[in-house]
Design a protein around this ligand. Structure first.
Ligand code: PLP
Length: 391
Protein backbone atom coordinates (compact mmCIF):
# COMPACT_ATOMS: atom_id res chain seq x y z
CA UNK A 1 0.00 0.00 0.00
CA UNK A 2 1.18 3.53 -0.64
CA UNK A 3 2.29 5.75 2.21
CA UNK A 4 -0.41 7.46 4.27
CA UNK A 5 -0.30 11.16 5.15
CA UNK A 6 3.02 12.14 6.69
CA UNK A 7 1.61 15.34 8.19
CA UNK A 8 -1.32 13.68 9.91
CA UNK A 9 0.85 10.75 11.05
CA UNK A 10 3.25 13.22 12.66
CA UNK A 11 0.57 14.62 14.95
CA UNK A 12 0.64 13.20 18.46
CA UNK A 13 -2.42 11.33 19.67
CA UNK A 14 -4.45 13.26 22.23
CA UNK A 15 -3.24 12.49 25.76
CA UNK A 16 -6.50 13.92 27.05
CA UNK A 17 -8.42 11.17 25.29
CA UNK A 18 -5.98 8.47 26.41
CA UNK A 19 -6.56 9.31 30.10
CA UNK A 20 -10.32 9.60 29.60
CA UNK A 21 -10.40 6.17 27.91
CA UNK A 22 -8.48 4.62 30.78
CA UNK A 23 -10.76 6.26 33.36
CA UNK A 24 -13.83 4.96 31.51
CA UNK A 25 -12.38 1.45 31.36
CA UNK A 26 -11.68 1.48 35.12
CA UNK A 27 -15.18 2.80 35.84
CA UNK A 28 -16.65 0.06 33.66
CA UNK A 29 -14.64 -2.46 35.70
CA UNK A 30 -16.36 -1.17 38.82
CA UNK A 31 -13.62 1.14 40.18
CA UNK A 32 -14.53 4.44 41.81
CA UNK A 33 -12.89 7.04 39.54
CA UNK A 34 -13.47 10.80 39.76
CA UNK A 35 -13.27 12.20 36.23
CA UNK A 36 -11.39 15.50 36.27
CA UNK A 37 -9.83 15.18 32.82
CA UNK A 38 -12.50 16.73 30.60
CA UNK A 39 -13.34 20.25 29.46
CA UNK A 40 -17.10 20.01 29.16
CA UNK A 41 -19.29 22.11 31.50
CA UNK A 42 -21.44 19.96 33.79
CA UNK A 43 -24.35 22.43 33.36
CA UNK A 44 -27.19 21.87 30.92
CA UNK A 45 -27.68 24.30 28.04
CA UNK A 46 -30.16 26.94 29.32
CA UNK A 47 -33.79 26.11 28.44
CA UNK A 48 -34.48 29.26 26.41
CA UNK A 49 -31.70 28.27 24.01
CA UNK A 50 -32.92 24.69 23.61
CA UNK A 51 -36.47 26.01 23.07
CA UNK A 52 -35.22 28.32 20.28
CA UNK A 53 -33.62 25.33 18.54
CA UNK A 54 -36.83 23.26 18.70
CA UNK A 55 -38.77 26.23 17.36
CA UNK A 56 -36.26 26.70 14.53
CA UNK A 57 -36.54 23.03 13.57
CA UNK A 58 -40.33 23.30 13.54
CA UNK A 59 -40.02 26.41 11.38
CA UNK A 60 -37.99 24.44 8.84
CA UNK A 61 -34.42 25.46 9.67
CA UNK A 62 -33.30 21.98 8.67
CA UNK A 63 -31.84 22.89 5.28
CA UNK A 64 -28.56 24.58 4.40
CA UNK A 65 -28.44 27.97 6.11
CA UNK A 66 -28.30 31.16 4.06
CA UNK A 67 -25.80 32.71 4.00
CA UNK A 68 -23.73 29.58 4.67
CA UNK A 69 -21.20 31.53 6.71
CA UNK A 70 -23.96 32.47 9.17
CA UNK A 71 -27.60 33.54 9.12
CA UNK A 72 -27.93 37.34 9.12
CA UNK A 73 -29.49 37.70 12.61
CA UNK A 74 -26.60 35.69 14.05
CA UNK A 75 -23.90 37.67 12.22
CA UNK A 76 -25.58 40.84 13.52
CA UNK A 77 -25.84 39.48 17.08
CA UNK A 78 -22.14 38.54 17.03
CA UNK A 79 -21.14 41.98 15.72
CA UNK A 80 -23.22 43.62 18.44
CA UNK A 81 -21.76 41.36 21.14
CA UNK A 82 -18.23 42.13 19.97
CA UNK A 83 -18.84 45.88 19.94
CA UNK A 84 -20.43 45.83 23.42
CA UNK A 85 -18.29 43.26 25.24
CA UNK A 86 -14.99 43.47 23.40
CA UNK A 87 -14.74 46.97 21.96
CA UNK A 88 -14.16 45.47 18.51
CA UNK A 89 -15.99 46.85 15.47
CA UNK A 90 -16.72 44.26 12.78
CA UNK A 91 -19.01 44.41 9.78
CA UNK A 92 -21.57 41.58 10.08
CA UNK A 93 -21.78 41.06 6.31
CA UNK A 94 -18.06 40.68 5.63
CA UNK A 95 -15.95 40.14 8.77
CA UNK A 96 -17.50 37.15 10.57
CA UNK A 97 -17.60 33.43 9.81
CA UNK A 98 -19.73 31.12 11.96
CA UNK A 99 -18.18 27.69 12.41
CA UNK A 100 -18.99 24.29 13.92
CA UNK A 101 -17.21 25.07 17.22
CA UNK A 102 -14.39 27.39 18.18
CA UNK A 103 -11.89 24.74 17.18
CA UNK A 104 -12.80 24.95 13.50
CA UNK A 105 -12.64 28.75 13.70
CA UNK A 106 -9.02 28.39 14.88
CA UNK A 107 -8.27 26.04 12.00
CA UNK A 108 -9.86 28.42 9.48
CA UNK A 109 -7.89 31.35 10.90
CA UNK A 110 -4.60 29.49 10.44
CA UNK A 111 -5.67 28.27 6.98
CA UNK A 112 -6.45 31.81 5.87
CA UNK A 113 -3.08 33.31 6.82
CA UNK A 114 -0.37 30.63 6.54
CA UNK A 115 1.88 29.60 3.70
CA UNK A 116 4.21 26.57 3.90
CA UNK A 117 7.08 27.21 6.29
CA UNK A 118 5.52 30.20 8.01
CA UNK A 119 6.25 30.15 11.73
CA UNK A 120 3.53 30.62 14.30
CA UNK A 121 4.36 31.48 17.90
CA UNK A 122 2.28 29.85 20.60
CA UNK A 123 2.57 30.34 24.33
CA UNK A 124 3.50 27.34 26.44
CA UNK A 125 1.79 25.78 28.40
CA UNK A 126 -0.45 25.57 25.37
CA UNK A 127 -3.85 24.06 24.72
CA UNK A 128 -3.11 20.70 23.10
CA UNK A 129 -4.58 21.48 19.68
CA UNK A 130 -2.63 24.59 18.64
CA UNK A 131 0.69 23.00 17.55
CA UNK A 132 -0.98 20.16 15.57
CA UNK A 133 -3.31 22.64 13.87
CA UNK A 134 -0.40 24.86 12.83
CA UNK A 135 1.42 21.82 11.44
CA UNK A 136 -1.67 20.53 9.58
CA UNK A 137 -1.95 23.85 7.76
CA UNK A 138 1.71 23.64 6.68
CA UNK A 139 3.12 26.07 9.23
CA UNK A 140 5.87 25.58 11.77
CA UNK A 141 4.80 25.75 15.43
CA UNK A 142 7.27 27.67 17.60
CA UNK A 143 6.91 27.55 21.40
CA UNK A 144 7.39 30.61 23.58
CA UNK A 145 7.92 29.06 26.99
CA UNK A 146 6.30 30.93 29.86
CA UNK A 147 7.85 29.91 33.18
CA UNK A 148 5.56 28.72 35.96
CA UNK A 149 7.87 30.36 38.55
CA UNK A 150 6.85 33.69 37.00
CA UNK A 151 3.13 32.82 36.93
CA UNK A 152 3.33 32.12 33.16
CA UNK A 153 3.72 35.85 32.48
CA UNK A 154 3.92 37.11 28.90
CA UNK A 155 6.65 39.68 28.29
CA UNK A 156 7.77 41.41 25.10
CA UNK A 157 11.28 39.95 25.52
CA UNK A 158 9.99 36.40 25.82
CA UNK A 159 8.02 36.85 22.59
CA UNK A 160 10.77 38.71 20.77
CA UNK A 161 13.31 35.97 21.53
CA UNK A 162 11.39 33.60 19.24
CA UNK A 163 10.59 35.97 16.36
CA UNK A 164 12.41 35.29 13.08
CA UNK A 165 11.90 36.71 9.58
CA UNK A 166 9.54 33.76 8.95
CA UNK A 167 7.26 34.50 11.93
CA UNK A 168 3.74 35.15 10.66
CA UNK A 169 1.48 35.04 13.66
CA UNK A 170 1.09 34.68 17.40
CA UNK A 171 -1.65 32.65 19.07
CA UNK A 172 -2.91 33.77 22.47
CA UNK A 173 -5.61 32.38 24.73
CA UNK A 174 -7.15 34.21 27.66
CA UNK A 175 -8.66 33.11 30.04
CA UNK A 176 -6.17 30.33 29.56
CA UNK A 177 -6.51 26.59 29.24
CA UNK A 178 -4.63 25.02 31.08
CA UNK A 179 -3.09 27.64 33.40
CA UNK A 180 -6.20 29.64 34.40
CA UNK A 181 -4.31 32.88 33.81
CA UNK A 182 -6.09 35.97 32.50
CA UNK A 183 -4.04 38.37 30.38
CA UNK A 184 -3.29 41.70 32.07
CA UNK A 185 -3.07 45.10 30.36
CA UNK A 186 0.76 44.90 30.60
CA UNK A 187 0.71 41.54 28.84
CA UNK A 188 -1.63 42.87 26.13
CA UNK A 189 0.76 45.80 25.66
CA UNK A 190 3.65 43.35 25.23
CA UNK A 191 1.69 41.40 22.60
CA UNK A 192 0.72 44.58 20.75
CA UNK A 193 4.27 45.93 20.83
CA UNK A 194 5.79 42.76 19.36
CA UNK A 195 2.98 42.28 16.82
CA UNK A 196 3.30 45.83 15.49
CA UNK A 197 7.11 45.78 15.55
CA UNK A 198 7.21 42.56 13.47
CA UNK A 199 4.04 42.87 11.39
CA UNK A 200 2.47 39.76 12.94
CA UNK A 201 -1.10 38.53 12.87
CA UNK A 202 -2.57 37.73 16.27
CA UNK A 203 -5.06 34.92 16.74
CA UNK A 204 -6.86 35.59 19.98
CA UNK A 205 -8.81 32.64 21.37
CA UNK A 206 -11.41 34.08 23.75
CA UNK A 207 -13.58 30.97 24.18
CA UNK A 208 -13.43 31.22 28.02
CA UNK A 209 -14.20 34.96 28.02
CA UNK A 210 -17.16 34.72 30.39
CA UNK A 211 -15.46 32.38 32.88
CA UNK A 212 -13.47 35.05 34.66
CA UNK A 213 -13.19 35.58 38.42
CA UNK A 214 -12.92 38.22 41.14
CA UNK A 215 -14.39 40.98 38.98
CA UNK A 216 -11.52 40.87 36.47
CA UNK A 217 -12.15 42.36 33.04
CA UNK A 218 -11.53 40.42 29.87
CA UNK A 219 -9.32 42.35 27.43
CA UNK A 220 -9.33 41.65 23.70
CA UNK A 221 -6.12 42.27 21.71
CA UNK A 222 -8.26 43.21 18.68
CA UNK A 223 -9.55 46.30 20.51
CA UNK A 224 -6.09 47.78 20.98
CA UNK A 225 -4.90 50.62 18.73
CA UNK A 226 -3.35 49.33 15.51
CA UNK A 227 -4.58 45.78 16.10
CA UNK A 228 -7.92 45.65 14.26
CA UNK A 229 -6.25 44.99 10.90
CA UNK A 230 -4.07 42.15 12.22
CA UNK A 231 -6.20 40.36 14.80
CA UNK A 232 -8.43 37.34 14.30
CA UNK A 233 -10.72 36.92 17.28
CA UNK A 234 -12.05 33.45 18.02
CA UNK A 235 -15.03 32.82 20.23
CA UNK A 236 -18.05 30.58 20.60
CA UNK A 237 -20.79 29.34 22.88
CA UNK A 238 -19.33 26.00 24.02
CA UNK A 239 -18.13 27.25 27.39
CA UNK A 240 -20.14 30.46 27.96
CA UNK A 241 -23.53 28.79 27.43
CA UNK A 242 -22.64 25.13 28.12
CA UNK A 243 -23.15 24.32 24.43
CA UNK A 244 -20.20 22.05 23.61
CA UNK A 245 -22.39 19.57 21.75
CA UNK A 246 -24.11 22.17 19.58
CA UNK A 247 -20.86 23.01 17.79
CA UNK A 248 -21.07 26.76 17.45
CA UNK A 249 -18.11 29.10 17.21
CA UNK A 250 -16.99 31.99 15.07
CA UNK A 251 -14.09 34.05 13.91
CA UNK A 252 -14.08 37.79 13.41
CA UNK A 253 -11.31 39.22 11.26
CA UNK A 254 -10.40 41.91 8.75
CA UNK A 255 -12.46 41.43 5.56
CA UNK A 256 -9.73 39.80 3.36
CA UNK A 257 -9.04 37.17 6.05
CA UNK A 258 -12.74 36.50 6.69
CA UNK A 259 -13.20 36.13 2.92
CA UNK A 260 -10.55 33.38 2.71
CA UNK A 261 -11.96 31.71 5.82
CA UNK A 262 -15.41 31.70 4.16
CA UNK A 263 -13.88 30.17 1.02
CA UNK A 264 -12.14 27.49 3.08
CA UNK A 265 -15.39 26.78 4.97
CA UNK A 266 -17.35 26.48 1.74
CA UNK A 267 -15.00 23.79 0.39
CA UNK A 268 -14.83 21.79 3.63
CA UNK A 269 -17.58 21.75 6.28
CA UNK A 270 -19.91 24.13 4.35
CA UNK A 271 -21.45 25.58 7.50
CA UNK A 272 -22.44 25.15 11.12
CA UNK A 273 -25.88 23.57 11.63
CA UNK A 274 -28.77 25.83 10.64
CA UNK A 275 -30.93 25.34 13.78
CA UNK A 276 -27.84 25.69 16.00
CA UNK A 277 -27.39 29.14 14.47
CA UNK A 278 -30.95 30.05 15.50
CA UNK A 279 -30.25 28.78 19.01
CA UNK A 280 -27.09 30.92 19.03
CA UNK A 281 -29.12 34.05 18.25
CA UNK A 282 -31.27 33.27 21.30
CA UNK A 283 -28.13 32.70 23.40
CA UNK A 284 -26.49 35.98 22.40
CA UNK A 285 -29.66 38.07 22.65
CA UNK A 286 -31.00 36.35 25.76
CA UNK A 287 -30.53 37.11 29.45
CA UNK A 288 -26.97 36.99 30.75
CA UNK A 289 -27.91 35.58 34.16
CA UNK A 290 -27.36 31.89 33.32
CA UNK A 291 -23.85 32.61 32.07
CA UNK A 292 -23.15 34.65 35.22
CA UNK A 293 -24.58 31.92 37.45
CA UNK A 294 -22.24 29.37 35.84
CA UNK A 295 -19.29 31.73 36.33
CA UNK A 296 -20.24 32.22 40.01
CA UNK A 297 -20.44 28.48 40.54
CA UNK A 298 -17.02 27.92 38.93
CA UNK A 299 -15.63 30.61 41.21
CA UNK A 300 -17.21 28.90 44.25
CA UNK A 301 -15.59 25.61 43.23
CA UNK A 302 -12.23 27.33 42.71
CA UNK A 303 -12.54 28.93 46.14
CA UNK A 304 -13.03 25.48 47.62
CA UNK A 305 -10.45 23.60 45.55
CA UNK A 306 -7.39 25.84 45.58
CA UNK A 307 -7.01 26.06 49.38
CA UNK A 308 -8.07 22.42 49.77
CA UNK A 309 -5.34 21.26 47.37
CA UNK A 310 -2.72 23.52 48.94
CA UNK A 311 -3.58 22.06 52.36
CA UNK A 312 -2.42 18.64 51.12
CA UNK A 313 1.24 17.96 51.78
CA UNK A 314 3.12 17.65 48.48
CA UNK A 315 0.56 19.51 46.37
CA UNK A 316 0.91 23.11 45.21
CA UNK A 317 -1.86 24.83 43.29
CA UNK A 318 -1.75 28.42 42.03
CA UNK A 319 -4.91 30.42 42.30
CA UNK A 320 -6.69 30.75 38.95
CA UNK A 321 -8.14 33.90 37.45
CA UNK A 322 -10.43 32.37 34.85
CA UNK A 323 -11.40 29.31 32.75
CA UNK A 324 -12.28 26.12 34.59
CA UNK A 325 -9.04 24.25 35.06
CA UNK A 326 -6.60 23.94 37.96
CA UNK A 327 -2.96 23.24 37.17
CA UNK A 328 -1.43 21.86 40.38
CA UNK A 329 2.11 20.58 40.72
CA UNK A 330 3.63 17.94 42.95
CA UNK A 331 7.05 19.30 43.96
CA UNK A 332 8.11 16.20 45.96
CA UNK A 333 7.33 13.75 43.18
CA UNK A 334 10.00 12.40 40.84
CA UNK A 335 7.45 11.23 38.32
CA UNK A 336 6.92 12.74 34.88
CA UNK A 337 3.49 14.29 34.45
CA UNK A 338 2.36 11.28 32.41
CA UNK A 339 3.45 8.98 35.25
CA UNK A 340 1.76 11.30 37.74
CA UNK A 341 -1.53 11.12 35.85
CA UNK A 342 -1.22 7.31 35.79
CA UNK A 343 -0.46 7.22 39.52
CA UNK A 344 -3.39 9.55 40.23
CA UNK A 345 -5.72 7.07 38.57
CA UNK A 346 -4.15 3.98 40.14
CA UNK A 347 -3.58 5.26 43.68
CA UNK A 348 -6.20 7.99 44.10
CA UNK A 349 -8.87 7.10 41.53
CA UNK A 350 -8.67 10.55 39.92
CA UNK A 351 -8.52 11.04 36.15
CA UNK A 352 -6.50 14.13 35.17
CA UNK A 353 -4.58 15.35 32.13
CA UNK A 354 -0.77 15.17 32.37
CA UNK A 355 0.78 18.65 32.24
CA UNK A 356 3.29 17.49 29.61
CA UNK A 357 0.39 17.33 27.12
CA UNK A 358 0.47 21.15 27.20
CA UNK A 359 4.17 21.34 26.34
CA UNK A 360 7.41 20.99 28.22
CA UNK A 361 6.68 23.82 30.64
CA UNK A 362 3.63 21.85 31.78
CA UNK A 363 5.86 19.06 33.14
CA UNK A 364 5.41 18.45 36.86
CA UNK A 365 1.79 19.60 36.65
CA UNK A 366 -1.51 17.87 35.99
CA UNK A 367 -4.72 19.53 34.90
CA UNK A 368 -7.94 19.06 36.89
CA UNK A 369 -11.24 20.43 35.59
CA UNK A 370 -13.63 22.20 37.95
CA UNK A 371 -16.42 21.96 35.39
CA UNK A 372 -17.73 19.07 37.43
CA UNK A 373 -20.08 18.82 40.42
CA UNK A 374 -18.88 20.04 43.83
CA UNK A 375 -19.46 16.59 45.37
CA UNK A 376 -16.96 15.10 42.89
CA UNK A 377 -14.45 17.80 43.71
CA UNK A 378 -14.85 17.12 47.44
CA UNK A 379 -14.39 13.42 46.78
CA UNK A 380 -11.27 14.12 44.70
CA UNK A 381 -9.73 16.17 47.53
CA UNK A 382 -10.40 13.38 50.03
CA UNK A 383 -8.90 10.77 47.74
CA UNK A 384 -5.87 12.90 46.93
CA UNK A 385 -5.19 13.67 50.60
CA UNK A 386 -4.97 9.92 51.25
CA UNK A 387 -2.77 9.14 48.25
CA UNK A 388 -0.51 12.22 47.98
CA UNK A 389 2.37 10.62 49.86
CA UNK A 390 2.58 7.80 47.29
CA UNK A 391 2.83 10.12 44.31
C1 PLP B 1 -8.51 26.97 24.53
C2 PLP B 1 -9.62 26.39 23.76
N1 PLP B 1 -9.93 26.91 22.57
C3 PLP B 1 -10.92 26.41 21.81
C4 PLP B 1 -11.67 25.34 22.25
C5 PLP B 1 -12.71 24.80 21.29
O1 PLP B 1 -13.97 24.79 21.71
P1 PLP B 1 -15.15 24.22 20.79
O2 PLP B 1 -14.62 23.75 19.50
O3 PLP B 1 -15.76 23.13 21.60
O4 PLP B 1 -16.07 25.40 20.62
C6 PLP B 1 -11.39 24.75 23.49
C7 PLP B 1 -12.16 23.58 23.95
O5 PLP B 1 -11.83 22.90 24.88
C8 PLP B 1 -10.35 25.30 24.27
O6 PLP B 1 -10.04 24.78 25.47
Amino acid sequence: MKELSRVVSSIPPSETLAVSDRAKALKAAGQDVVALAGGDPDFDTPDYITAAAFQAIENGATHYPAPMKGITPLLEAIAEKMATDNGITVKPGSDIVVTPGGKWALFLALSAILNPGDEVLYLEPVWVSYPPMIALVGGTPVAVTLPGEDNFRITADRLRAKVTPRTKALMVNSPNNPTGRVITKEEIDAIVEVALENDLYVISDEIYETVIFDGRKHLSPGAQPGMAERTITINGLSKSHAMTGWRLGWLAAPTPIAKLATQMNSQTVSSAANFTMHAAVAALKGPKDTTRAMRDEYQRRRDFMVPALNAIDGVECANIEGAFYLFPRFPNSRRTSAELAEALIDKAGIASVPGGAFGRSGEGHVRFTIATAMRDLEKAVEKLAKAARDL
